[in-house]
Design a protein around this ligand. Structure first.
Ligand SMILES: Nc1ncnc2c1ncn2[C@@H]1O[C@H](COP(=O)(O)OP(=O)(O)OP(=O)(O)O)[C@@H](O)[C@H]1O
Length: 467
């Protein structure tokens, strides 16, 4: 910014006074340190020494005020333990819930080495010990590159009860971030940790409700084609990785899987393993227990978020479901004389509405899995993209799957019988379930493998005789 000495003289002012005035304005609006430096150089050339000194010290103080974070305005957010609620309220109720969440979150962020004093608490033996700050102490938590300071403050609650509160302080400019991102991040983190701690449940439909039991299934993914297994895991990982993103943009992440293949190839085992992997509860919907389309939305409403809904054997679990065109779900003509199924009124369109309803519930993280022995028998509408995202074929026991099973049961990766078994497996169709059963017959690897070999030889012979 240049000053025009002619116009200053014309106004009858000493040129340097006019120049100082112009610089004052310029400095007040200069946004960056570079701009200050440029101005300072200009001033040094034009101003008289005494004015220069005054101007420089004045500019320097302005610069300090602008650029030094220490003098930035601070904001404090107080989270009280004992809000308006009654003091012997359960801590998870109402107002105090946020206090409990923050305390639990800070316990995972606290650096014990940096604290002068620490509070260690815990419940009955075996339960987790929790670290927390003592009143008067503070700690810093970095979130998205911003330092948030937490202080524990002792205060007097109602009726003289000590009511500790947690105070969060930050620069005023980060107020939106604190309220819109940081605090929600804390509650989501704590919620996720609690979810991971809970044992998983399997729900089964009973009438229009669900009854639950604890899910004790081992976490292992069943023996299957290694590439396929990898792609299923990659899909689930993508799900886990992207859900924070989806949550942030307010979208729900949903996924549909169709598992198909002969009975005993591990479809149910895979569903259980997926639930374990994601730490989702399982809802096992038995359509033969559902009396009609009207019951489906009620069941849907009673499912919790972060769950897997599985409908097993979707092609055969009810044979005479009437469809508008007189076909059942598997596309077969519905026999008029099937007395057993009188009263079962789920139709394909009812089921499709149910699935689409599941998909459209906003903000819910859901996975739906169908299993079937005969993919070919399923109605096209069910397989349409958008309903089932991934089709997973669970096949007969191949060589790779066998090696996995042998390793799982006996920790062996090689054996003199392996070459023969490999050859036999390529010639006969046996399910992993059958092979597992043979392997479990003996605790001795050699004996068990011999059993498998004999079993496979017999199978091969049967095929030969059949031809
Ligand atoms: N691929 C596999 N790897 C390891 N074990 C398996 C595998 N497949 C089956 N099994 C064993 O066989 C049992 C039955 O398998 P599972 O019920 O998962 O088969 P499925 O394909 O769901 O059968 P269905 O179509 O009859 O429901 C399992 O409990 C498991 O012990």
């Amino acid at each position: 910014m240049a000053t025009d000495p002619t116009s200053a003289s014309a106004a009858g002012l000493p040129s340097y006074a006019k120049a100082v005035d112009a610089y004052r304005k310029a400095v007040a609006t200069a946004a960056t340190a570079t701009a200050y430096a440029v101005l300072a150089r200009g001033m040094a050339r034009e101003l008289l020494p005494q004015d220069l000194r005054a101007a420089v010290s004045w500019a320097a103080s302005l610069l300090r005020a602008r650029l030094e974070p220490r003098t930035a305005e601070r904001r404090t957010l107080v989270i009280k333990r004992d809000q308006e609620s009654h003091h012997h309220h359960h801590p998870c109720d109402g107002d105090a819930a946020l206090y409990v969440d923050v305390r639990q979150y800070l316990a995972t962020r606290i650096d014990p080495r940096s604290m002068r004093r620490l509070c260690l608490s815990g419940g009955v033996s075996g339960s987790r010990k929790v670290l927390s700050m003592e009143p008067g102490d503070s700690m810093i938590d970095n979130f998205e590159g911003v330092a948030f300071t937490w202080a524990s403050v002792a205060g007097e609650g109602r009726r003289g009860i000590v009511a500790e509160s947690l105070e969060l302080s930050f620069d005023a400019e980060h107020t939106d971030m604190a309220l819109e991102r940081y605090v929600p991040f804390i509650t989501a983190t704590v919620e996720e940790a609690r979810r991971q701690d809970r044992s998983l449940l399997i729900y089964m439909n009973e009438g229009s409700g669900w009854s639950s039991m604890t899910h004790h299934h081992p976490a292992t993914i069943p023996a299957m084609n290694p590439d396929l297994k990898q792609s299923v895991i990659a899909d689930l990982d993508r799900f886990l990785k992207r859900r924070d993103y989806y949550r942030r943009i307010g979208k729900a992440w949903k996924r549909g899987y169709l598992l198909y293949g002969p009975p005993g190839t591990g479809k149910s085992s895979l569903v259980a393993a997926m639930a374990n992997y994601l730490h989702f509860n399982l809802y096992d919907l038995d359509l033969s227990e559902v009396s009609g389309n009207a019951m489906l939305p009620r069941l849907l409403n009673r499912m919790s978020n972060r769950s897997i809904l599985v409908i097993e054997d979707i092609d055969c679990c009810f044979s005479a479901a009437s469809r508008d065109d007189g076909k059942d779900l598997a596309g077969h003509d519905v026999a008029d004389d099937s007395d057993d199924d009188v009263g079962k009124k789920i139709t394909l369109s009812g089921l499709l509405n149910f699935i689409d309803g599941l998909w459209s519930t906003s903000g819910e993280e859901r996975i739906i899995v169908f299993t079937t022995n005969y993919k070919d028998h399923l109605d096209r509408a069910l397989l349409r993209p958008g309903r089932m995202d991934m089709h997973v074929y669970m096949g007969y026991c191949g060589w790779e799957a066998f090696k996995t099973l042998a390793h799982n049961y006996f920790l062996i990766d090689d054996h003199p019988l392996f070459p023969e078994i490999q050859e036999l497996l390529s010639a006969v169709e046996v399910t992993p379930a059958e092979v597992s059963e043979m392997l479990l017959r003996s605790e001795d690897a050699g004996a068990a493998l011999l059993g498998v070999t004999k079993f496979l030889r017999e199978k091969k012979q049967e095929i030969g005789e059949g031809n």
